[in-house]
Write a protein that binds this ligand. Structure first.
Ligand SMILES: Cc1cc2nc3c(=O)[nH]c(=O)nc-3n(C[C@H](O)[C@H](O)[C@H](O)COP(=O)(O)O)c2cc1C
Ligand code: SF4
Ligand code: SF4
Length: 302
């Protein structure tokens, strides 16, 4: 048990490239507010529009407990999460934080070290980590989850969030001991190094209308549409979040290879398609080793 202090206010910090982790952040906000707790939300990958509406930082700093949520990129936290940790000042010393990583594959190798470097960086800044845990959302690269599996993952969000909130408010400490092995550490570093210029390989198809959606929504302001041109240009601050690729209204951003899902990634579209459809059982949706971590997550094995 954590040395118990009542939680009256919570700060939720989250990074979400394509909206999966955002759904968890929203569910935590709703659950905590329903219990009379004051909630501050800080989006670490906010669009220009969201930035305009964000609350003042002083207000955010006052919470009793922090909940950090992020999508897993190459068995690690995305760069904007480390940028935020790097910007934290001494006043966070001793503050409690729960670290929740959101991955496509769940808690199985090689994902098991997805929080270790991030937790270490937070501790170096003086945070007291009271809880860390893996959550799952559909993979947004390489593996195309069936609509049935996507729906299972969306439907389970409220139950998982209620359980975590109850544990946090009761002061339960939950820490994962697993560390990142040599191989995974190397892979994470390679991904990070190569990510900066990743978007410069994107090709913009003729159907681009120059609408500016990608420029407005890139979390790292990596896209600009110069006045002299009608198509986007990519700078060297990409984090491979995939938001521009899947969010472009005309599907004009093309990426070579099998990394990007051919049919796009749109959770709301799956919800619309699957309305009133009876779901196949979890076991049927999660056949094979690839889905082991997701299956165990849905069956509450961790
Ligand atoms: C660049 C990149 C790297 C990823 N690496 C992993 C990974 O190492 N393990 C994993 O299980 N999922 C990985 N994923 C999948 C995401 O973690 C997963 O789809 C997550 O739910 C996305 O959350 P979001 O919609 O909030 O961005 C990766 C996705 C991207 C874009
Ligand atoms: S790439 Fe897509 S989102 Fe970006 S300006 Fe062109 S049409 Fe708009
Ligand atoms: S350029 Fe695209 S993929 Fe890269 S960070 Fe911006 S929105 Fe994400």
């Amino acid at each position: 048990m954590d040395h118990f202090n009542a939680v009256n206010s919570v700060r939720i910090l989250y990074f979400s490239g394509t909206g999966g982790t955002k759904r968890f952040a929203e569910a935590f906000e709703k659950e905590l507010k329903s219990r009379g707790i004051t909630v501050f939300v800080k989006n670490l990958g906010e669009s220009l529009q969201e930035k305009k509406n964000a609350p003042a930082e002083q207000e955010i700093g006052a919470a009793d407990l922090n909940i950090l949520l992020y999508s897993v990129y190459a068995m690690d936290a995305p760069r904007p999460v480390y940028d935020w940790i790097g910007s934290v000042t001494g006043q966070e010393a001793g503050k409690r934080i729960a670290v929740l990583s959101v991955s496509g594959g769940g808690e199985m190798w090689p994902n098991t070290g997805s929080r270790s470097d991030c937790c270490k960086a937070l501790e170096d800044r003086g945070f007291r980590i009271v809880y860390d845990r893996m959550l799952c959302m559909p993979a947004n690269v390489m593996v195309n989850y069936s609509d049935h599996l996507v729906m299972h993952l969306l439907n389970v969000i409220p139950r998982k969030v209620t359980q975590i909130v109850e544990e946090l408010l009761a002061g339960r400490v939950r820490r994962t001991e697993s560390k990142k092995g040599f191989f995974c550490k190397k892979l994470s570093r390679v991904e990070r190094k190569n990510s900066y210029q990743f978007a410069q390989k994107f090709q913009i198809a003729d159907q681009c209308t120059g609408c500016g959606w990608c420029e407005q929504n890139c979390p790292t302001r990596n896209i600009e549409i110069p006045e002299s041109a009608s198509k986007p240009r990519f700078k060297d601050q990409c984090v491979i979040c995939m938001r521009c690729v899947y969010g472009c209204p005309t599907n004009a951003i093309k990426v070579k290879g099998n990394f990007v899902l051919k049919n796009g990634f749109d959770l709301s579209a799956v919800e619309r398609r699957m309305k009133d459809v009876e779901l196949a059982p979890v076991e049927k949706c999660c056949k094979g080793l690839l889905y082991k971590g997701v299956k165990e997550y849905l069956l509450d094995k961790y």
